[in-house]
Design a protein around this ligand. Structure first.
Ligand code: SF4
Length: 289
């Protein structure tokens, strides 16, 4: 069976950067690094980071109070993950009295800047995204209660009247075609709508490279990544939309016993939080079939 790997698959630069920040702060395990929620949405990578004493505290949405182990003799530091946080959460984390380092992806920082500056100028903000995703929760915090989240077309009809000044941004990991569709509908309602396509370059690249796998003749697609990873789930959805059998797996073990006999060519891609060692193992396993 032929295995073709997408040109871009696995860690995006924002995730790599956040991991680097956490590793720098851990100083090889001499310090404990507390991340506010999982640093990345990949269990295997979080286990690997645990060896450097990089530990998840808090919760997925970055909303709950954090319990820090005061009895530890080791120095410790708080690191913000790539999704970013709201300014209110930043104040809370800084108030814990520990050294603080920000691993927010600069691409998310750009979105936060647009939300903040336009909310300050009196715009209502519409964010296309998942209202429960930590990135969106963080962005909401920059809008002074002027932000509304839409996840689909029906959410547009549920919006209250937004006035004349409306700006729209997107969570970084959404589909470009869906963003275009919703921004067209919204601008029909609000002709002066300012539209900022803030889907990040890494997301766009991974989505278009997946389409290339289909063009190159993949009969089935394997998407590797955490079941909670928004961008991995989107890649799986995109693959399925091309009517290719799609396998969303976390590790090579998940394809043990799977039946690939009917496929000559399998395309492989991976979400932005999937480490290289897992991608390599999956490709090797598939090639052995
Ligand atoms: S997916 Fe995009 S915005 Fe999110 S961490 Fe990666 S590069 Fe940054």
């Amino acid at each position: 069976m032929k295995v073709i790997r997408a040109k871009s698959a696995g860690f995006c630069w924002g995730v790599e950067r956040a991991i680097q920040v956490a590793r720098e702060e851990s100083q090889g395990g001499r310090r404990t690094v507390y991340t506010d929620g999982p640093l990345i949405h990949n269990r295997q990578m979080m286990d690997a980071l645990g060896k450097d004493d990089i530990q998840e505290v808090g919760d997925y949405k970055s909303e709950e109070k954090i319990e820090i182990n005061d009895e530890s003799e080791k120095e410790s530091v708080v690191v913000v993950r790539a999704h970013g946080i709201s300014p209110q959460r930043r104040d809370y984390l800084k108030g814990l009295g520990l050294p603080f380092r920000d691993g927010t992806c600069p691409d998310v920082g750009i979105i936060a800047g647009k939300v903040k500056s336009h909310a300050e100028k009196g715009f209502s903000i519409v964010i296309f995204g998942d209202p429960k995703h930590p990135e969106v929760i963080g962005l909401m915090g920059y809008a002074n209660d002027k932000a509304h989240v839409i996840a689909n077309e029906s959410d547009i009809s549920k919006l209250p009247s937004l006035g004349e000044k409306v700006a729209m941004v997107s969570q970084s990991t959404m589909f470009t075609n869906e963003f275009k569709h919703l921004s067209n509908l919204l601008s029909a309602k609000y002709p002066g709508l300012l539209i900022f396509d803030t889907i990040c370059g890494a997301t766009k690249e991974r989505q278009s490279d997946l389409v290339d796998l289909v063009k190159e003749g993949a009969d089935a697609i394997v998407v590797i990544g955490g079941k909670h990873s928004a961008n991995t789930r989107k890649l799986a959805k995109l693959a399925a939309s091309y009517e290719r059998p799609t396998f969303h797996i976390e590790t090579a073990e998940d394809i043990e016993g799977a039946d690939f006999d009917n496929y000559d060519t399998v395309g492989v891609t991976a979400g932005a939080s999937t480490p290289e060692f897992i991608i390599r193992k999956v490709c090797e396993r598939l090639e052995s079939f």
